[in-house]
Write a protein that binds this ligand. Sequence first.
Ligand code: FAD
Length: 289
Amino acid sequence: MKIIDRLREDKIHISFEVFPPKTDAGFDRVLKATDKIAELKPDFISVTYGAGGGTSKNTAEIARHIKEDLGVESLAHLTCASSTKDEVRNVIKNLKELGIENILALRGDIPEGMTFPSEDRFQHASELVEEIHKNGDFCIGAACYPEGHVESENKKEDIGFLKEKVDKGVDFLTTQMFFDNDIHYNFLYRIREAGITVPILPGIMPITSAAQMKRSQELSGTIFPRRFLAILDRFGGCPDAMWQAGIAYATDQIIDLLANGVKNIHIYSMNKPEIAEAIMSNLSEIIKS
Ligand code: FAD
């Protein structure tokens, strides 16, 4: 099923994310975690794409497993900066052969030492969106950044390029993680004003340790509000307490979003079924409402 058809239903939708192993050795461990997450019956599970493109085979296979063996819809991420156009076309062909209907089209980070733009590569995610449409009848998602993408001069320019990307045929957008919902509400206002009307899935990252917070900040450059920093300051030294506080913070963010009219939530569950389970348990009655 195309994810966009599900998102159009007037109900709450929850999705989770898993990432493929870096080597084939970790494959079974990731499958086990994925199976557990699928038991929660989310609306879909997304499968990330290794930064260098080297794990594309695993992304495709895990996405196939989710859809075919577990009966949950899957979303395969695909990046283009680290692969040639022909390599990207081959991945799209493979996804099509495996029956994957949903792709999250991403540029990916530009590999270190690489001259970009490069003639034989797609330069922006928008070019990848066009290419995917040429190669099959896929539902296409893309990324957006409530705090602005790190390479952008300012949010206005970023939203301008986002509009161009959506106009190439993006069905829905998933946001980068954020920890202050007001930033998301401001972003929603600005993109709607810019004429972007597709469904937006806020991406919620439950932070359950100090080390994870540091990594997330390095990856996304996101701002952590004072309220979150106080939690980290008080509980960061006690793993069990920080885990509980991190789940509570993410749950609180989700409840606030739902209370303010958001219908679709994407949870960066990071191959951790226990995190997905804890949040779903906190939301059990809310989701039914
Ligand atoms: P783009 O949409 O191409 O934008 C990148 C930058 O270029 C932005 O600053 C934008 O404003 C600018 N830009 C866009 N169009 C133009 C134009 N025509 N002219 C000039 N500038 C332009 N990375 C992975 O490696 N694997 C994953 O699985 C993965 N999943 C992700 C999922 C989500 C929900 C998010 C938010 C990010 C994910 N990323 C992933 C990270 C992502 O690949 C990086 O953030 C990357 O740097 C940008 O990708 P993009 O698709 O947003 O790029």
